[in-house]
Design a protein around this ligand. Sequence first.
Ligand code: AMP
Length: 594
Amino acid sequence: MAFDSIFSSPLGPPACEKDAKALQFIEEMTQNADAVQQNVLAEILNQNAQTEYLKRFNLDGIMDRDTFKSVIPMITYEDLQPLIQRIANGDRSPILSAHPISEFLTSSGTSAGERKLMPTIKEELDRRQLLYSLLMPVMNLYVKGLDKGKGLYFLFVKSETKTPGGLLARPVLTSYYKSEHFKTRPYDPFNVYTSPNEAILCADSFQSMYTQMLCGLYESEQVLRVGAVFASGLLRAIRFLQLNWPQLTHDIRTGSLNTKVTDPAIQECMAQVLRPDPDLADFIAKECAKENWKGIITTIWPNTKYLDVIVTGAMAQYIPTLDYYSGGLPLACTMYASSECYFGLNLTPMSKPSQVSYTIMPNMAYFEFLPHGPNSSKHARKLVDLADVEIGKEYELVITTYSGLCRYRVGDILRVTGFYNSAPQFHFVRRKNVLLSIDSDKTDEAELQKAVENASQILQEFNTSVVEYTSYADTNTIPGHYVMYWELLVKDPTNFPNEKVLSQCCLVMEESLNSVYRQCRVADNSIGPLEIRVVKSGTFEELMDYAISRGASINQYKVPRCVTFTPVMELLDSRVISVHFSPSLPHWTPERRR
Ligand code: AMP
C-alpha cells in the first residue's frame, strides 16, 4: 500500500504507517533543533536542580541557558570519579541525578585501566529505544522489501558485575538486550532476526555465536541483511564459520545440536529449529571447504542486500576485509551512540563509509561543541550550541544528559558536513588519544608506554633495554592483534635475551594493558596474542632519516608511537631480526581491579 499519499516525508515515501510516524518525528526534531535543545536543557536542569552536583554552583533556582553556560564547568570523567565512586559504593542520595541511578553502564573508554562507569537512569532506556525505532524507517527509504525476509545479526551480551553498593555494572548493549524493550519487542515484519533471544542472551560467547550462526545458516535464503554492531564483530563471526563449519554442517545434515551447546534455554528453542537438511549442509560444506573465501557472505546468504555494521572511526580499518568477504556489498552505518548517551543516526545509511555523516537528534541530550583543531585559539574555545556549529569545522562533543552528566567531554572529534533542516550532520573524525584499537579496546600512548616499561624490566637482568619502539594494529589476521617493533640495546651480547624472555615480554605488556583489551583477549577472543618484532639496531634512526627526507623537521621529529603508513611499515619489517608472541592469555576477570 502506498502510504506516501497519506503520510509524506521530505526524507522519502515511508514504507508503512509506523515508518511515517518515525519520519515525522525526525522532521519535527530536526526542524526545531535549537528549540528542542533549549527545552531539553530546561528539563534536565529542572529535573536535577536539587542534586548535590548542581547545588554546588549556587544557581539559586536560576536555570536558564546563559547562566548554565557561564557557571557550569566543562568536565571529564576524572573530575566526576569521586562522585561516581560514592554512587558505586551505595550512596543513594541525589548526587548527579534526581532520579535513582538504575545501573552503571561500563564504557569501553577506560580510566586508570578500568572501564569508565556511567551512571544511568531507567528512563534513558526509553530514549535509547526511541533512537533504535528510527533506524528501520530510514533504512526502508533506501532498501525496499526488508519485510520479506530477515536480518542475520550477531549480537552478544557480556559479563556483568555488581558495584560494592549493589548496582549492576554492564555494557550498554548488554543492558539493552536484557531489557523488556528488547526481549518482548512487538513483532515488526521489517525487523525480524534469525537469532533467537535465547542465543543472544546466552553469556557463553561460543554457545551464543554457534547458535546464531546455525540459525543464520538454516535460514540462509531468507537473510536480507547481515550485521553486527561493529565491523570487528562481523569479522569475528566469519572467522567462527571458518573454524566451525564442519560441525555446523554436521548439525544441519543430521538435525542435531552440537553437544558443546549445553544452555537449556538454547536447547529448548533450537528443538523447534533443527531439522535434517542434507542439501543445505552439502552446499555450505562445499563452499566453506574452498580455499578462497572471496564473496563468501553472498554465496552463503545470496539475498543479502547490505551489511549493517559500523565502519566509521577506528572500524574503517576493516572495510577492505569486509569488501573481500561480501564481494563489495554496501556497508550501512546506521547510528552513533555511546554508554553516556545515544547521539544520533545516519539519514542516508547507504552512503559510502567515507561519506557517512550522523545527524545528532536534539531530543537525546543537550549537546555542545568545543572547537578543535589548529585554528581554534584559546579564545575561540568557547562551547558552541548544536544549531550554531559551522560546516567544515571540527569539534569535540560535550554533553549534558538526563542521567546527570553536565558539560561532559565525550572525547570524540566530529566534523560538520552539513545540516538536515536545522540539525547539523557530523562526520566521525576520531576518538581523542587512541593509539591502537582492534575491537572495542582503546589504547592510548601513556598505556602503551607503561606496558613497554613494565615489560622492559624483565630485560634488565640481561643488561638489555628497549631504546625505541613503535606499534601498529595488525588487522590482516583475524582476530587482529597488536604488533610492537622494538629496537634493543644489548650491552652483553653473550647474554642476549632469548625467545622465552621476549615472549614473556609480550605477556607482561598484555598484563599491563587496560581491562577492555584483556577482556577482548580472554572473554571475547576478539584480539590475538600481542607480537614483538625485534628490529636491527639503527632501524629507528633510519626511520627518522626517512621522515626527514619526506619533509619532517629534524628539531621536532618524534618517534611515532604508532605507524600506519605502508612504506614505514615495510622499512620496519625489512629490519626484523626476530618475532615473538604472547605465550598465553593475560589475566582478566569481570571484577574491577580497584
Ligand atoms: P562505549 O562508551 O563503549 O559505548 O563507546 C562509545 C564510543 O564508540 C563513542 O564515543 C565513539 O568513540 C565510538 N562510536 C560509537 N558509535 C560510533 C560510530 N557510529 N562511528 C564511529 N565511532 C563510534
